[in-house]
Design a binder for this molecule. Structure first.
Ligand SMILES: [Zn+2]
Length: 207
């Protein structure tokens, strides 16, 4: 019995013989119906292209003004970063920290790790850190929440709309595009395939 031919269902621990479904098919656990594997078309190439796009969008999304506010003649441009700093200055450091992690640090780490991993797999380059990177990526993705920040921007804009003049900046466009890219990254990501390729590359390297 070769151990890599078997897998345990992550939900109910049922031991199953591994079989790889083709693109468009799904593999469910027969006992609890957990979705075991859902192959995507060109997952590695698409992840590589999307994370490269995301990397370029990170700069304008983080540095350009998201929204400009004009109250009584005083104009103020708000960037993602100045939002975090304002929260911090107001003494809401715990909120500032959560916003910083969920909307700045984790999205950046997630895109950089996706790019590193898919780049190595796309160009067939082995690296002993690949497993660590993929494991980290899968944990970070549970915490990267750009959409929460976007909801915050919308709520703030609706509240401010009656008392101030609002101007949406290029940063917001980049931010929305970045959000779309992360959603597309998630829907094209085939973790089973990534783990299999990492295993193949690293076992080749050892020989
Ligand atoms: Zn199961």
């Amino acid at each position: 019995m070769k151990i890599s031919n078997y897998l345990a269902c992550p939900e109910c621990d049922l031991l199953l013989r591994r079989n790889t479904p083709v693109v468009g098919e799904k593999a469910h656990c027969p006992r609890c119906r957990y979705l075991l594997h859902h192959p995507r078309t060109d997952s590695i190439a698409r992840t590589f292209a999307l994370s490269l796009t995301g990397l370029f969008l990170l700069f304008p999304a983080n540095l350009l003004p998201i929204v400009g506010i004009k109250v009584l003649g005083n104009a103020h441009d708000g960037t993602l970063w100045s939002g975090v700093m304002t929260l911090f200055d107001e003494g809401m450091w715990a909120v500032a920290l959560v916003v910083f992690l969920a909307s700045v640090l984790f999205p950046i780490l997630s895109i950089v790790l996706s790019l590193l991993i898919s780049g190595h797999l796309y160009f067939n380059r082995a690296n002993r850190h690949l497993s660590l990177w993929l494991r980290t990526l899968q944990h970070i993705d549970e915490w990267a929440m750009l959409e929460v920040y976007l909801l915050g921007i919308i709520v703030a804009c609706v509240k401010l709309a009656s008392m101030a003049e609002l101007k949406f900046g290029l940063g917001l466009t980049a931010f929305v595009l970045l959000l779309l890219v992360t959603v597309m990254l998630a829907s094209n990501f085939d973790s089973t395939l990534f783990w299999q390729r990492i295993e193949q590359l690293n076992s080749h390297e050892k020989k």
